[in-house]
Design a protein around this ligand. Structure first.
Ligand code: 1GP
Length: 230
């Protein structure tokens, strides 16, 4: 059986950069899966599926439609435990550690256990850190938590390290979907230098130049969503 986390770690050891496309089931038309996937850049290594407000079973239908058209790993990035579906390959088991809302620090995780305990989904514990992207984002609204200021570099680094020390296997720096300002290069570099687990960066990355900057600063995986929705 494939181990998707091991594959991510190996790619990073080999100094490969990973590019994930985020698909929001709410905005996805299953019948257009093939044509959508054909338009993605050839550098794409992963697909994340998730959104903050997804209707029942829509995630499952979306994942099925994507998997019918591609062999890329499809990883769940759920906004709510109810979005979890067996049809994906793996699950980012997220804790929103930038916030102080117990619902997103532990309650959602407890609620997901009934779905996960007999499931074959690979579970990847992920520290999710929301950073101010210049405007209010969905995660902020749904979670009722405040993003960290881009000026709080040291606190962001310490938050990421607290995630690693708690046993998380990935750090995800998130500026929010459609952010005006992506996570700064300084933050990416400082976090990357401090941690020893893979670093994901997303939110507001639209151009090749922004991608390059994030990779050069130390991002192992970049997540792009909005750019490919348009
Ligand atoms: C959001 O990090 C992702 O969770 C992607 O953000 O939609 O701005 O590319 P964008």
């Amino acid at each position: 059986m494939r181990n998707f986390y091991a594959e991510i770690s190996l790619a990073i050891t080999e100094e490969k950069k990973l590019l994930t496309i985020l698909i929001d089931p709410d905005k996805f038309i299953e019948a257009e899966a093939a044509s959508y996937l054909k338009k993605l850049p050839k550098e794409t290594t992963h697909i994340f599926v998730g959104g903050s407000t997804v209707e029942n079973f829509k995630t499952r239908k979306t994942v099925k439609a994507i998997k019918a058209e591609t062999n890329l790993p499809v990883i769940l990035f759920p906004g709510d435990y109810s979005h979890i579906t067996e049809t994906a390959d793996a699950l980012l088991f997220l804790s929103l550690i930038s916030g102080r809302n117990p619902e997103y620090l532990i309650e959602q995780q407890v609620k997901s256990v009934e779905k996960l305990k007999n499931s074959k989904l690979e579970i990847i514990p992920t520290a999710y850190i929301l950073i101010d992207g210049g405007k209010e984002c969905e995660v902020q609204r749904v979670s009722g938590t405040k993003p960290m200021s881009q000026f709080q570099v040291k606190t962001i680094v310490n938050t990421a390290l607290a995630g690693e020390f708690s046993g998380k296997k990935l750090i995800y720096l998130e500026a929010g979907s459609g952010a005006d300002i992506p996570v700064s290069e300084e933050i990416i570099t400082e976090v990357k230098n401090a941690i020893s687990i893979p670093l994901i960066v997303g939110g507001g990355i639209r151009s090749l130049e922004q991608q390059k900057k994030a990779y050069n600063a130390g991002a192992d995986m970049i997540v792009m969503g909005t750019h490919f929705e348009n």
